[in-house]
Write a protein that binds this ligand. Structure first.
Ligand SMILES: [Zn+2]
Length: 258
């Protein structure tokens, strides 16, 4: 794969400048932990597609059926519609398996974190990395924050690295100015991975979520602003391993910052 063009360099805490890694973790299996059907596509879709392309098995744990959405009222129980949309989107993204739980949409933050973390632990199986939304829930949505917090607690117990999909500061600033949204952006120095992605499959997966994507200008504008790259940060980095005296990498094959 050609080296992606990286927007800026990361600034390490010691004052040196190092570049974020340009590829995803080279692991056998990843579990994505989401709050709602569509999070795996609208948020993580390009990353999940790229993982599947590199032969990493991706599975998804989704806590709610997304039944509280104000979009896509069809007369049918929205949660059922969205469960079907999630299954179709997962197939497009090459996701191996989806575990869809029945917690109440919009109230995930009221469920004891311990209980949610237990669900993540049970679903984690042989996953080597958990993939989540950034701390702050990308948009501050309490369900997103709860899903990420649950993954972090489960990961601490199982000693798993946690990789978060994040939105660059400039993208967040533009969206917030144009749409009055509350995206939480990250500075270059906070990003550990900047990876080139092909959004074709993500767009196909998004199309599966017709109830949520047809009238969603913020989503389309975010994808446009993000271009052909996704940005991620380690919330729990993989352990570092010393390979040779002059070459240090982390255990998932990254040079430089981890
Ligand atoms: Zn969501």
């Amino acid at each position: 794969m050609p080296e992606p063009v990286l927007p800026g360099a990361a600034h390490a805490g010691d004052g040196t400048v190092s570049r974020p890694a340009g590829h995803l973790p080279q692991v056998g299996e990843v579990l994505a932990v989401c709050a709602h059907p569509d999070d795996e596509s609208f948020g993580l879709g390009a990353v999940l597609g790229a993982l599947s392309d590199q032969a990493t098995t991706a599975r998804v744990l989704c806590f709610t059926h997304g039944e509280a959405s104000t979009l896509g009222e069809t007369g049918r129980f929205l949660g059922e519609v969205r469960a079907g949309e999630l299954a179709a989107a997962a197939a497009v993204l090459g996701v191996e398996e989806v575990a869809l739980l029945g917690y109440a949409d919009g109230h995930l933050g009221e469920v004891p974190l311990e209980e949610l973390a237990q669900q993540v632990e049970e679903a984690s199986g042989s996953a080597e990395v958990l993939l989540v939304f950034d701390e702050g829930g990308i948009t501050g949505h309490p369900d997103h924050c709860a899903a990420t917090a649950a993954a972090l607690l489960a990961a601490r117990r199982r000693r798993l690295p946690v990789l978060a999909w994040a939105v660059p500061e400039q993208v967040a600033r533009t969206l917030n100015a144009e749409h009055g949204t509350s995206f939480l952006g990250r500075r270059d120095a906070e990003l550990d991975i900047v990876v080139a992605v092909d959004r074709h499959r993500q767009r196909q997966a998004i199309a599966c979520h017709a109830s949520q994507s047809t009238d969603n200008p913020v989503l389309w504008r975010r994808l446009e602003l993000s271009g052909a790259t996704e940005t991620l940060r380690w919330l729990r980095p993989p352990p570092r391993v010393e390979k040779t005296p002059e070459h240090t990498a982390d255990s998932l094959g990254f040079d430089g910052r981890a």
